[in-house]
Design a binder for this molecule. Sequence first.
Ligand SMILES: C[S@@+](CC[C@H](N)C(=O)[O-])C[C@H]1O[C@@H](n2cnc3c(N)ncnc32)[C@H](O)[C@@H]1O
Length: 187
Amino acid sequence: MFNKKASDPKNKPDQIIEAIALKPGQIIADIGAGGGYFSLRFAKIVGREGKVYAVDVNPDFLEFIKNSAKEKKLNNVITKLTTENRLDLPEKSLDFIFMRNITHHISNRVKYFENLKKFLKPDGRVIIIEYKPGKSLSFRGIFGHHVAKEIIVREMEEAGYLLEKEFDFLPEQHFTIYSTRYTSTTR
Ligand SMILES: C[S@@+](CC[C@H](N)C(=O)[O-])C[C@H]1O[C@@H](n2cnc3c(N)ncnc32)[C@H](O)[C@@H]1O
């Protein structure tokens, strides 16, 4: 179900991939990987020298991703079972952390975002795509599956990040990219 939505052309997956500009050999964590649509696309781009950590709280989703990666002969996808308070990733290792439609699940986001920094390389980036608040009587409205862009930007700044880029081509979501405060470009 997640992959059907993620791959739907109206959600512009190709443009998302293009905007991230991931390169061969890079390392990315897809946190809240769901059905793994983006994890597998990233795995093809980063190639044998790169790595994708597909991270989720749901072991069944991770099993599905593991099997899909195996079928597609992608040996660079590593699945990681997580809880909100325990992320098992190597420190200072990631070029990117990608979070699509997951921040609404996180309760103390500032603390969560602060903790992510230790897994990033000094020039690492955090990519957040999240639903904009829509109609209050929609499924997303009723279940609170959205966070306004202004809230995410403020929380990321509180957590010590700088908003570096934002894209407005997605119809239902906002899409922002952050660096940590002191990267080689801001120093
Ligand atoms: C709406 S789905 C999005 C899936 C995928 N990112 C996509 O765009 O297709 C949200 C995913 O986040 C996972 N999730 C929820 N809370 C999480 C947490 N604290 N850490 C990691 N994953 C989480 C859920 O199990 C689910 O797979």
